[in-house]
Design a protein around this ligand. Structure first.
Ligand SMILES: Cc1cc2nc3c(=O)[nH]c(=O)nc-3n(C[C@H](O)[C@H](O)[C@H](O)COP(=O)(O)O)c2cc1C
Length: 328
């Protein structure tokens, strides 16, 4: 019987499947359901800095650059899930489950990250995921601006807490490897690849734009997990696009330390966790891998590069152009 237990950010998990941050993980009851269904850990629904500002009565001028956030805040949209409430959720859930609980925060300004981090740590969170939203679209800002922004937040949070910290990233950021390398070098325990944003579409009749729900992309996750695994000094977590147990195996082979899943649970319910685990278990038994460490990263870029003469198959990870695919 293969052993599916694993470490993640120094935490002990009985298996590598984590319910990722979403509305399925908001209450102690939700967390208990995840644990009963067999999840290795949970990441709580992100709490947004705007909620703090309401509670702490901080000057709205801090939001001059983020009018949507201010609108949302003023409409009371985030009040239902305030920071104290999140701390209560953590404290209560810790009494009910023995799986690690990772809190998540999404901030727009630098000020309140450390305060939030301390609060959730005091409430009993086993780890913290920083859901940093910073999309590079200004012509005048170089990639280093965004890298430094991530670094600064992570550094301040690390100064305030002793629990492990991960950073959830978007692929739309300059030199992901360099950023992850810098984060890891400064003590970040893991990066989560990736968060998604709303997608945009254009209505050519009405000449309007509209936002569509975002979606995780398995192939992008496999690619970046494989390119980074074992080349940076932190765990690489995957988040996006998992539809079945085979996808979990693919991400582990690419080098993922753990696999976060969200949309699949909306579609099929949390009971699908046991199916996913059975598939991984059967596959490991079939291929004679007794423990996850034996298979993890077997198809990572680093491992492939070492195994093959030249680049061999590892070239697949950075063959972005389609010349070879379509040329006989
Ligand atoms: C309804 C919903 C709410 C989400 N809320 C959050 C959130 O608060 N914080 C966060 O970091 N990610 C959030 N996500 C993103 C997921 O955690 C996950 O990264 C993304 O859905 C990709 O994984 P998937 O393909 O398995 O769904 C949310 C996703 C959905 C569908």
């Amino acid at each position: 019987m293969p052993d599916l237990s694993t470490d993640y950010m120094g935490l002990k998990l009985k298996n590598p499947l984590i319910v990722s941050s979403c509305d399925l993980v908001k209450t102690p009851e939700d967390i208990e359901k995840c644990a009963v269904a067999g999840a290795g850990a949970v990441v709580l629904k992100s709490i947004f800095e705007e909620q703090f500002i309401i509670e702490a009565d901080i000057d709205n001028s801090a939001f001059s650059g983020y009018p949507e956030a201010l609108d949302y805040m003023q409409s009371g949209g985030l009040m239902e899930y305030a920071p104290n409430a999140m701390c209560d959720v953590i404290t209560e859930a810790k009494k009910r489950v023995d799986i690690p609980i990772i809190a998540s925060i999404n901030c727009q300004t630098d000020k309140l990250w450390p305060s939030f981090a301390q609060q959730v740590q005091d409430a009993g969170a086993d780890g913290l995921e920083l859901n940093i939203y910073a999309m590079p679209f200004e012509i005048g800002k170089p990639g280093t601006f965004f890298e430094d922004h991530h670094l600064k937040i992570m550094r301040e949070v690390k100064k305030s807490v002793s629990v492990p910290v991960s950073v959830k990233l978007t692929p739309e950021i300059t030199s992901l490897p360099h950023l992850v390398h810098r984060l890891a070098d400064e003590g970040c325990e893991a990066v989560v690849l990736f968060n998604w944003f709303m997608r945009v579409d254009i209505n050519i009749e009405k000449l309007t734009t509209r936002s569509l729900k975002g979606a995780g992309d398995l192939s992008t996750c496999i690619k970046w997990v494989a390119l980074l695994a074992d080349r940076v000094a932190c765990d690489i977590a995957s988040s996006g696009g998992v539809r079945n147990g085979e996808d979990v195996v693919k991400l582990l082979l690419a080098g993922a330390q753990i696999v976060q899943i969200c949309s699949l649970f909306y579609q099929k319910g949390l009971s699908v966790i046991s199916e996913l685990l059975n598939t991984v278990d059967r596959w490991m038994a079939d291929k004679k891998f007794p423990v996850l460490d034996d298979l993890r990263g077997e198809l990572s870029f680093k491992k492939q590069e070492l195994q093959f003469t030249g680049l061999g198959e590892s070239g697949a990870y950075f063959r972005n152009q389609y010349l070879k695919t379509y040329t006989k």
